[in-house]
Ligand binder design. Sequence first.
Ligand code: CAA
Length: 286
Amino acid sequence: MEIKDIKTIGVVGSGQMGSGIAQVSAAAGFRVIMNDIGEHLVKKGLGVIEKNLGRQLEKGSISRQEFDTILGRIALSTNLPDMKEADVVIEAATEDQVMKFRIFSELDSVCPEHTILASNTSSIPIGRIAAQTKRPGKVIGMHFMNPVPVMKLCEIIRGLATTEETFRLTWDLAGVLGKTPAEANDYPGFISNRILMPMINEAVYCLYHGVGTRESIDTVMKLGMNHPMGPLALADLIGLDTCLAIMETLYQGFCDSKYRPCPLLRRYVEAGWLGRKTKKGFYDYD
Ligand code: CAA
């Protein structure tokens, strides 16, 4: 397969990452099948895309015709076997290993032989996911950043068995989607979260130990280090459950106490304070 043969992109998961990936794929001219487990979920994902494109329309960065054409390229699905029409599937479901295993095993059985199966996982080893399929050479990590339409990076993760052809095609696809790819090998957290998440976790420790208030911690990192947002606000954007899941993966993957998740992070997650998506995290979002 060559890049010109990729016509249809399947996206599994229509949450903040999945809907963003569907949006950039449709904007790049691909036919998109956006899948999730419930009608209300895919409709919600489409609503987010409509809102984002609506903002671009208002600003004049796209025309009404482009708005309609991009939306018209996105089909909704609540049935995973619909992915049989996809040349590339990008999985962006919840960061839950068992769920991802089930999805990949099913995708492997329904998708044609040529289909590349990519995961947007932020930390689950690609090799472990690939082992659930009979096509490990065609399984790869395609890690987008949140918010997907804005962030320029796509981290491409090679599993041990990923073939050179799969890697090249995925690398080129990231470029066609308007992203700059960067290559990482398949170790816990890859590059992005190996560096980012311990910083966020340390910011939570600063709050936990009373070194500073949430405002002081975020102000220090914003104004002192020129980060676009403070680490606690960023944790709220990513989702505290996702942050905790990534810290757990680093901790277990390296068996190293330097990656231990902060107990305060765990308490917030247990209380259901997951950040922006639940309107409460380190900050309130009413
Ligand atoms: N979806 C789509 N577009 C969005 C958006 C969203 N959720 N949020 C903001 N935008 C757009 C705005 O429309 C605006 O577009 P224009 O420039 O065309 O007008 C642009 O982004 C800037 O937005 P704002 O002016 O409202 O706000 P800002 O300048 O403060 O930028 C931000 C917002 C882009 C989120 C910025 O604060 C930022 O870059 N934050 C850091 C984000 C980050 O680090 N992401 C990576 C997280 S880690 C991850 O995702 C991976 C993982 O595995 C955990």
